[in-house]
Design a protein around this ligand. Structure first.
Ligand code: CP
Ligand code: NVA
Length: 305
């Protein structure tokens, strides 16, 4: 049984298989072809933080594959009254086929998975957001071909997205340039030795973006850090992706953002809405990529059709 708790839980070959499936599943969706490989299968979603894209893409996705879902939130379940995650895992996983969890510390999802009878998907933790990077790498390839050998510039908080990009850099063999304000660097305790050569850090975000093939950023204040919002607005003021920053990247560079975006903070409205931005494709691809992921976790590799 496999889980998808961190991006590096899968090999490059597995991602290549998933991208192949994503392309096929997306094409079937666009052609209104009914495809129900997960008929009668049940996905439980556990949200300890808010969500729009993750909730809709998983719920719509499992339905489109013939299955259904249950949405659980902390406040409406016994989790909110302190039921141990190990107990919740043992109960839920006897009743459903797959679990997706969005929570705080990565250790919570690791503990859940250790006690689960069914595959577990990380729908975002404080440390990682592997489903988003799955969609992002797929989106890059869809627009520009192979990401191997390319340069991805991460501007802003060295957060869960940034740490996941670094895992992807080692798997797909590309460079990750990171420019974060002092005190917000990528969490070095999460970096494996073989990932380090893929990372270059910059004090100046313009230098990080120079000649990049992809420029990407994220909110200055991630979920769970709201009490630091005012301080972060001051600390991140020089870290906005704007037209000037995009102009030093490669002429065909793409812009990505996992969304939700704050125009005028981490990205200018001009860049977010501009011709290099692929943020809406990126968001849509969450649906297709996670359908491939759910199919793989439940059925394993299927014969291509
Ligand atoms: N990008 C992303 O995960 O969005 P949501 O928080 O809306 O799920
Ligand atoms: N880094 C952000 C991503 C939101 C999808 C957060 O954790 O809130």
């Amino acid at each position: 049984m496999k889980h998808f708790l961190q991006f590096k839980d899968f090999t490059r070959e597995e991602f290549e298989y998933l991208f192949e499936r994503t392309r096929l599943i997306k094409a079937m969706f666009k052609a209104y072809t009914i495809y129900h490989p997960l008929k009668d299968r049940m996905l439980a979603m556990v949200f300890e933080k808010q969500s729009t894209r993750t909730r809709v893409s998983f719920e719509a996705g499992i339905h489109q594959l013939g299955g259904s879902s249950i949405n659980l939130t902390t406040g409406e379940t016994q989790l909110g009254r302190g039921e141990p995650i190990e107990d919740v895992a043992r109960v839920i996983s006897r009743m459903v086929d797959l679990v997706m969890i969005r929570t705080f510390d990565q250790s919570i999802i690791e503990r859940f998975a250790a006690y689960s009878r069914v595959p577990v998907i990380n729908g975002l933790t404080n440390q990682y957001h592997p489903c988003q990077i799955l969609a992002d790498v797929f989106t890059y390839i869809e627009h520009r071909g192979s990401i191997t050998g390319k340069t991805v510039a991460w501007i802003g908080d060295g957060n869960n997205m940034c740490s996941t990009w670094l895992q992807a850099a080692a798997i797909f063999d590309f460079r990750l340039h990171v420019a974060a304000p002092e005190g917000y660097a990528v969490n070095t305790s999460l970096i494996a030795p073989h990932e380090l050569p893929h990372l270059t850090t910059f004090a100046d975000p313009m230098e990080a973006a120079r000649n990049a093939d992809l420029v990407t950023t994220d909110v200055w204040t991630s979920m769970g850090f709201e009490s630091e919002t005012d301080e972060r607005k001051r600390d991140f003021v020089d870290f906005q992706v704007d037209a000037e920053m995009m102009s030093v990247a490669r002429h065909d560079a793409l812009f990505m953002h996992c969304l939700p975006a704050h125009r005028g903070e981490e990205v200018s409205a001009e860049v977010l809405e501009g011709p290099q931005s692929v943020v809406w494709d990126e968001a849509e691809n969450r649906l297709h990529a996670q359908k491939a992921l759910m199919e793989y976790l439940i059925l394993g590799q299927v014969a291509q059709h």
